[in-house]
Design a binder for this molecule. Structure first.
Ligand SMILES: Nc1nc2c(ncn2[C@@H]2O[C@H](COP(=O)(O)OP(=O)(O)O)[C@@H](O)[C@H]2O)c(=O)[nH]1
Ligand SMILES: [Mg+2]
Length: 378
């Protein structure tokens, strides 16, 4: 059989976590429309059955990573370390590119996808593609900011390419979200990217429509080395349950709040009491007595940086925190297959994103070490 690690790399919001989930067939990583949703590397384990005359069976360990961006805070630096770690142990790399983005630039939002025709701005030329506001074109200040914007995006691309240059493994280019663009728009983007890097292959996909995923899996299996499984056959991810639970709570925060709050929030599980009786198999439809399901008790702290953010997270009369808790609880119940009692509280930790010590304490790998250490101490 074949086996190996496949690192999923790309700019923020490229669609990395959505692809991971589509390939794993389950929600392994949280997904939102906001950039920098993913903060840690996350493995999703995919078993591929042998196809006679095509390829042998395989276990592919996909590793989702935070979006590549030049770091400014300690949190950013931690995310970059996660990317480097994912690149250290990999047999193959996928560079995901949002197919709706313009050449040399970042993505445009779904609502801005051009309808059709040569009038569709900027997919081919480098001249007219800037998404900065067009009012006042000609004014020197606007021209300058447009230039800066373009230079900045190009340099973020360059930053990504610098991470893969010199890797001694195959790197595939994977344009994703192709459900949002037409072929005539996709080809020039692929062309431009192929000029910047010598990719071992190009496989366009839509994670949302599950388009191209079979081809992607086949090409990956063909490129992977012979080897045995890294994880048991039925294991889906390397994340412990309590981290997935923390992520589901963070996902609700990302969805329920705006401005700085999502980026300044972190979730730490303080208590996780599994039921003494294991959860029974999923209930049959119409089967009565859902109350008999065992109960998991979870307490979590939501960290933010300022009193104002705390007030937003709590909301009027606690309404926001309640909405976050209710939404998260439903997701956690379906993940765990138990009823869940979820207790949330908000803690202000000024400037935590600038504290390397605090940022590292959020890392579940570090948290596991600490939990193991605490146990030994008992
Ligand atoms: N239409 C469409 N949207 C997608 C696709 N893949 C991801 N998205 C959306 O793009 C946004 C960012 O996705 P996410 O997976 O979190 O990106 P990441 O930051 O690279 O992990 C989310 O709103 C997704 O729903 C796709 O194949 N088609
Ligand atoms: Mg992500």
């Amino acid at each position: 059989m074949r086996s190996g690690f496949v690192a999923i790399l790309g700019r923020p919001n490229a669609g990395k976590s959505t692809l991971l989930n589509a390939l794993a067939g389950e929600k392994v990583a949280i997904v939102t429309a906001k950039p920098q949703t993913t903060r840690n590397r996350i493995a999703g384990v995919v078993e591929v059955a042998a196809r006679k005359g095509v390829h042998p069976s395989a276990q592919i360990v996909f590793v989702d990573t935070p979006g590549v961006h030049r770091p400014s805070s300690q949190l950013d630096r931690q995310m970059l370390r996660e990317i480097h770690e994912a690149l250290e142990t990999r047999d193959l790399v996928l560079v995901l590119v949002d197919a709706t983005r313009r050449i040399g630039l970042g993505p445009i939002s779904e609502s801005q996808v051009p309808e059709s025709g040569p009038g569709a701005p900027g997919f081919v030329s480098h001249g007219s593609e800037s998404p900065v506001p067009t009012q006042g074109t000609g004014a020197p200040g606007v021209e300058k900011s447009r230039e800066d914007h373009r230079a900045n995006r190009a340099s973020e691309d360059e930053f990504l390419f610098s991470l893969i240059r010199g890797l001694d493994c195959p790197v595939f280019l994977v344009p994703t979200k192709i459900d949002l663009v037409r072929k005539e728009q996709l080809l020039p983007l692929i062309d431009a990217l192929q000029k910047q890097y010598d990719f071992a292959g190009t496989i366009p996909v839509s994670a949302r429509k599950r388009d191209g995923l079979d081809v992607l899996l086949r090409k990956i299996v063909e490129a992977l080395p012979q080897g045995e499984r890294y994880y048991p056959k039925d294991q889906l991810t390397d994340q412990p349950m309590r981290f997935m639970v923390a992520e589901l709570i963070r996902e609700r925060i990302l969805v329920e709040t705006g401005e700085e709050v999502p980026y300044a929030s972190a979730v730490v599980i303080e208590r996780f009491e599994e039921p003494e009786t294991p959860p029974s198999p999923p209930r049959k439809k119409n089967a009565a007595e859902p109350a008999k399901l065992p109960l998991t008790r979870i307490a979590a702290a939501i960290y933010c940086e300022r009193e104002g953010q705390k007030a937003i997270l709590i909301g009027k009369g606690g309404a926001k925190l309640k909405a976050i808790g209710t939404g998260a609880r439903r997701q956690i119940e379906s993940l765990l297959g138990t009823r869940v009692y979820l207790e949330l509280h908000v803690i202000v930790e000024p400037e935590w994103r600038e504290s390397r010590r605090f940022v590292e304490s959020l890392d579940w790998r570090k948290q596991l070490e600490k939990l193991a250490g605490d146990d030994e101490g008992l």
